[in-house]
Design a protein around this ligand. Structure first.
Ligand code: FUB
Length: 439
């Protein structure tokens, strides 16, 4: 399992440790960043990917796991390869464009899932591919005039003009000329003379159109081009993220959120990580004054936290900055819960604002075994204990009960560690928790 997290306790990249994730596609909606990813299977030796996953955050460090609201099973015509997708919002609906293998043709095709919620569930909007030419990595963009575009491609770069319904298009697929002026020069590969490899990410900023893409496999780096319009002509602008991180692919997504700019990518940084067991990470960056993108390097620290987390409202157990040992699963009470909890495992929640002090703690727990303890620690997994909650068996891993315990010494803002203790084997599951200002 990827949930090893033997790295230093304070690192926050990669941002998900419970599973391997790849191909980030961030979307800002209603004060949160929703992060759509692929899922590399444990121990994979190919791009063995069967589902997509959704995460969200309001502070860029504590990420909530929303599970898998779309998988190969969503597309009855798809047989394999739940690869790199992109989600965009329009008129109350979320459209998730994904490449999958078409069972009947054996070729890669682009499907589109649709949902009225950013966390799904998503359904197949068409019951067939939106477009199919054997190429991958769709990215949607809606221009200021309302015209939407879908870009995709490896080895070529294509676009179609999407209709306002976002699930049909006008005209036919158009190939963007891959010129060296537009996409840089690759040497030693006459059939691919430009750096463009795959994974386009198109957006507009201050009237300039950007195409950030994975360059020159393998290994890939992230590069970008700009243009005066959504269809070009493109001019190559250089490297965004050099080759780093132990994965021979990389895949970028960029958003602006709460006044900052954020660059998402993937690498092989988790234990057992590599080219087919990747993990999504994020860095904060600032555009240069002339609109160019600076070189961005991978870090283990990740982005700084925006604000703090409020412990006096219900927090999902699967809202995590870093964890060691646990996994998640769908909960019968809705959303996800944390499970596979062993003695010594922990969850770090960053920047928790206790204010004048918490007096008690409540957790929603379930256990088919005999339970254990939740130690509430500040600063590190071995930090000061401000409370300990005893969890008893509930006769089922989804038989939920609330437990409470007193808290003392939790004032100000700290990283909170929920450290789990008990005997051998799985101890209990955790669905949500909340601190209280009353005993
Ligand atoms: O994840 C499978 C493929 O690897 C994606 O479609 C590409 O962008 C590369 O990241």
């Amino acid at each position: 399992m990827a949930a090893l997290a033997a790295a230093p306790a304070r690192a926050d990249n990669p941002i998900v440790q419970t599973i391997y994730t790849a191909d980030p596609a961030p979307l800002v909606h209603n004060g949160r960043v929703y992060l759509y990813t692929g899922h590399d299977e444990d121990g994979s030796t190919y791009f063995t990917m069967r589902e997509w996953r959704v995460w969200s955050s309001a502070d860029m460090v504590n990420w909530t796991d929303h599970g898998s609201p779309m998988s190969l099973g969503t597309f009855s015509w798809a047989s394999a390869d739940a690869w790199a997708g992109h989600t965009i919002y329009r008129n109350g609906q979320f459209y998730w464009y994904v490449p999958v293998k078409n069972r009947s043709t054996g070729r890669m095709a682009i499907g589109v899932g649709v949902s009225s919620s950013p966390t799904g569930p998503f359904r197949d909007a068409l019951g067939r591919p939106l477009v199919e030419n054997g190429e991958i990595d769709p990215a949607a963009f809606i221009d200021d005039d309302g015209q939407a575009y879908l870009y995709w491609g490896n080895p070529n770069l294509w676009y179609v003009r999407l209709n306002p319904d976002m699930v049909s298009f006008s005209g036919s697929a158009t190939r963007i000329p891959l010129t060296t002026a537009g996409f840089g020069t690759r040497s030693g590969n006459p059939s691919r003379p430009t750096l463009y490899e795959e994974a386009p990410w198109v957006f507009k900023r201050n009237g300039l159109y950007y195409n950030v893409f994975a360059a020159e496999c393998c290994s890939e780096f992230i590069a970008y081009s700009t243009a005066p319009g959504p269809t070009g002509p493109w001019t190559y602008r250089g490297t965004v993220m050099p080759r780093q991180g132990g994965s021979f692919t990389n895949h970028a997504g960029i958003v602006d959120f709460a006044g900052g700019s954020y660059f998402f990518y993937h690498n092989g940084a988790l234990p057992g990580g590599g080219g087919f067991t990747r993990s999504v990470a994020v860095e904060k960056f600032s555009y240069n004054a002339n609109g160019t993108i600076p070189t961005i390097n991978m870090t283990t620290a990740g982005a700084p936290q925006i604000g703090t987390l409020n412990p006096y409202v219900r927090q999902e157990a699967e809202t995590i900055a870093w964890e060691s040992g646990v996994e998640t699963e769908p909960s019968t009470e809705g959303g996800m819960n944390v499970g596979w909890v062993n003695n010594g495992d922990y969850i770090k929640v960053k920047g928790v604002a206790f204010g004048n002090g918490a007096r008690s703690f409540t957790a929603r727990v379930a256990s088919a075994a005999s339970g254990g303890r939740i130690e509430l620690r500040l600063g590190s997994a071995s930090g000061a204990v401000v409370g300990t909650c005893t969890v008893s068996g509930t006769r089922g891993w989804q038989t939920w009960a609330s437990v409470s315990c007193p808290v003392a010494g939790a004032t100000g803002t700290h990283d909170l560690y929920l450290r789990f203790a008990g005997g051998s084997g799985y101890l209990f599951n955790l669905n949500w928790w909340q601190f209280n200002v009353t005993a």
